[in-house]
Design a protein around this ligand. Structure first.
Ligand SMILES: [Zn+2]
Length: 125
């Protein structure tokens, strides 16, 4: 299922609007960007197991792991949402809506220091 970039952007925006207020406030500190697909470097950073599709990626230092003085020196946090891989695993618009929502939540959870194992347990892996 393929949608226009504009429609996809709206879905990401809606996913953010569905977040609880406290989480939404934190999203403002993160650069949330839509990209066509991950780069080779992104795939390496993510360290995906074979057969898995990378739908999104959190780039940055999770909140609990930051030192106070040094963090100002690094790039701002960024969450990438990859449109083409999401489209490729969804058969209809409803599935895209759901997948975008899960991906935004999943990557935001990494920002809060929750790892993939824990997210898997929560059904958000
Ligand atoms: Zn993850």
């Amino acid at each position: 299922m393929i949608v226009s970039r504009e429609a996809f952007r709206d879905l990401v925006r809606e996913a953010v609007e569905l977040l609880p207020t406290e989480l939404r406030r934190e999203v403002k500190n993160v650069d949330l960007v839509i990209e066509d697909r991950p780069t080779q470097e992104d795939l390496e950073v993510a360290g995906l197991e074979p057969g898995h599709t990378l739908l999104g990626l959190y780039h940055g230092v999770p909140l609990p792991f930051r030192g106070h003085e040094s963090y100002n020196l690094v790039l701002p946090d960024k969450i990438s949402i990859y449109q083409e891989p999401i489209e490729s695993v969804c058969r209809n618009r409803d599935e895209i809506v759901e997948q975008v929502r899960i991906t935004v939540l999943h990557e935001l959870a990494h920002y809060f220091g929750i790892d993939d194992d824990r997210l898997h347990e929560l059904g958000m892996g």
